[in-house]
Design a protein around this ligand. Sequence first.
Ligand SMILES: Cc1cc2nc3c(=O)[nH]c(=O)nc-3n(C[C@H](O)[C@H](O)[C@H](O)COP(=O)(O)O)c2cc1C
Length: 301
Amino acid sequence: MAGYTNLPFRRIAYDYGACFAYTEMIAAQSVFKARQKVSEMLPSPKEPFTGIQIYGFSPEYILKAAERLQTFGKFIDVNAGCPVKKVVKKGMGGALLKDLDRLFEIVRILKENLSVPVTVKTRIGWEKNEVERIYGGLVNSGVDMVVFHTRTVKQMFKGKADWKVLSKIKDKAVPILVSGDIFSPEDALNALELSGTDGALVARGAVGNPWIFSQIRSLIDYGYYEEPSINERMEIMMKHLRENIEFMGERRGVIEFRKFVAGYTKNLKNSREFRSLFMKVQDYEAAVNLVRDFFDGEVIL
Ligand SMILES: Cc1cc2nc3c(=O)[nH]c(=O)nc-3n(C[C@H](O)[C@H](O)[C@H](O)COP(=O)(O)O)c2cc1C
């Protein structure tokens, strides 16, 4: 997730059971221009299984970028789902679903030239469901795995993700993963069952809620899962905050942590007031004091 899945967040997600992750999406053109920004987005060598997501228009340019970056990640992922206007109007991201031959060519050229697996993160179509055509073409181009956010590009985030459309894909030559509206371990199990896919992706549901990954695992393996205690929640939040600061410096680390605070304090009494106070904090000590004061005596509603 652009703006979220940086190194500190991926580390926390791995700590709590994620089996793989992606970098934020990286523009193919930026690889040779915004080097500093791109190097900050790349996986660390210690990450267990992080793919590098690239978006772009020209197959040759995407290949050049992927060749440069491939050694930093475990696989290269092509974004063919982003619905953001400035991306789509240049024919990139979700717009590739209006230009499927180009998408298939991108995968083909990457597969021919890279030494790491090539995957695609996409949606079910531009404005109507075309999963079978998209999946079939990607398989023919040599793709190693496909993740479908089960909405169309035009839908943006409106309506409900339609997990069931993936069950129509009969010949599952390479793994398919389902994405969209998985906010709880039960959602993950339902999505897997209704889609008939090999795995599920958690995106927004992991923000300030990274333990969802181990909860899903526990629900699958043992039929139940536990909620972290108030104290555990606080510890995980503080750890994430410290990682953020270590990665990007104190002020930026605290400020950029604001987007995670709502998740970490969801369903807690007085969380509204806490969140608005946190929005004003800019240094570690003030942040930690605020977090400690808040969690002290806090109860789950
Ligand atoms: C803020 C935000 C940023 C996102 N950035 C990306 C991205 O960079 N690459 C991508 O493939 N999907 C991106 N997505 C889409 C998610 O990966 C996911 O498919 C979508 O949010 C639906 O899943 P969810 O309901 O579990 O969030 C983003 C979603 C959000 C909300």
